[in-house]
Structures are given as structure tokens and as C-alpha cells.
Design a protein. Structure first.
Length: 110
């Protein structure tokens, strides 16, 4: 009976290792590219750098995108209110960042 433990335990440990390796590979995908970091640093303000130090890069980029979306919305509202209502105007505004969804946080592979 003990030979069964000797034969099966190492096999089960190897299967668990392979399974956990696949899980880690799925989690280790980088969600932030180098271009995102470069864009963030080009447009960063003092509050963005504070958020970067305090909360991390994901939160700082999210806050920067949210603030940019709010500014664009305010600009679009000002443009809309400045146009006379009697003239036909084409309204084309750049797409805003969807602030209803936050970026998912992944486990930090150590």
C-alpha cells in the first residue's frame, strides 16, 4: 500500500506544478505597455506623480484618463453652448474614456 503513495504523490505534485504554472502565465500578462507609460510621463502633472508614488501606476494612469475625459467633456459642453441653436452644425467629439469600468488588478507574481 505504501508503494502507491510513493508512486502517486510525485506525479500529483508535478501535475499541480504544471497547473499552477499555467495559472501564473495567465496572470503575468502585462496590462500596461511601455507606450502607456511613456504617454503617462509625457502628460503627467504633479498630482499624477503623487498618485503614482502613493497608489501605483495602474491607479495613476486611470486617474489621468478620468481627468482628461472630464476636461474633454467640459470643453465639449462649452462648444455646444457657444454654437447658435439656429445653425446646423456637425457635432463630432473625440471619444471619452469609459470611467464606469475600472481596470482589473492582477496578482503580483513574485
Amino acid at each position: 500500500m505504501s508503494w502507491l503513495l510513493v508512486a502517486l504523490i510525485p506525479g500529483m505534485l508535478m501535475l499541480a506544478t504544471f497547473g499552477l504554472e499555467r495559472v501564473e502565465a495567465g496572470l503575468s500578462r502585462q496590462t500596461i505597455s511601455a507606450a502607456d507609460v511613456a504617454e503617462f510621463l509625457d502628460q503627467a502633472e504633479a498630482s499624477d506623480v503623487d498618485a503614482l508614488v502613493r497608489d501605483g501606476l495602474d491607479t495613476a494612469i486611470h486617474d489621468q484618463h478620468r481627468r482628461r475625459g472630464e476636461r474633454e467633456a467640459a470643453t465639449a459642453a462649452a462648444v455646444r453652448s457657444a454654437a447658435p441653436p439656429s445653425l446646423p452644425t456637425v457635432r463630432s467629439f473625440p471619444p471619452r474614456v469609459n470611467t464606469g469600468f475600472q481596470q482589473t488588478r492582477h496578482a503580483n507574481p513574485v
